[in-house]
Design a protein around this ligand. Structure first.
Ligand code: SF4
Length: 206
């Protein structure tokens, strides 16, 4: 039995092409390094939002029920949150035990210590990165944090062979925080460092 416990807010089965390929199960973790103004999953920031804690073995026992769907569609597990990357020890333990044929995706804001990414890179196939805005002042106003660590981590990820094709960077229009021009500047900056898959969308004001 592995006693590495992780706090989770939800497990959602039978998701089809939401992110990642095929049928996926979302495992959403509690806790985040940011405090975004329009957080979509604000329960991940509040103590009462915690659903339960699980070990990698327990989680694997539960998600295994969809093994045949994952194998038939090329799907697997999407780790979300909250900020799943801060649960890197749990995720790497889980992936070591889970079928290697499954597809592993992470939805991350990338504002985490490098050691987490070093643990995740051997296991994660696809990265959905919510970059917020590349402008440090806008980023700070929206998240309460500095974005230097995000940019360093993104550059570091891109140094891995074939990584650019496995990264989708989500660039949001953030009402009251950035403009269309800011979004275009973020896109241009991302393209200049080698990002090819960019998903532009609009946050809902909360
Ligand atoms: S990074 Fe995501 S989960 Fe964390 S506070 Fe921002 S919107 Fe919420």
């Amino acid at each position: 039995m592995n006693h590495n416990l992780a706090p989770i807010i939800a497990v959602a089965r039978h998701r089809l092409t939401v992110d990642g390929q095929g049928v996926t199960t979302l495992v959403a973790f509690h806790g985040c390094t940011l405090c975004c103004q329009y957080c979509l999953n604000s329960q991940c920031l509040r103590p009462e939002g915690l659903w339960r804690t699980v070990t990698p073995d327990e989680l694997l026992g539960e998600v295994m029920i969809d093994n045949l769907y994952f194998l038939a569609t090329g799907g697997g597990i999407t780790f979300g949150g909250g900020e799943p990357a801060i649960r890197s020890e749990f995720i790497s333990d889980f992936c070591r035990m889970a079928p290697p044929e499954w597809h592993y995706t992470i939805e991350t804001a990338l504002n985490v210590d490098r050691e987490h990414l070093e643990r995740l890179v051997p296991h994660i196939h696809e990265y959905y990165i919510d970059i917020k805005d590349m402008n440090p002042a806008i980023y700070r106003r929206y998240t309460g944090q500095d974005n230097r660590r995000v940019l360093d981590n993104l550059q570091w990820l891109l140094q891995h062979d074939g990584m650019a094709s496995r990264i989708v960077v989500r660039v949001p229009h953030i009402p009251d925080f950035n403009t269309d021009e800011d979004v275009q500047r973020s896109r241009q900056h991302l393209e200049s460092i080698g990002i090819t898959r960019i998903d532009e969308f609009t946050y809902e004001r909360r």
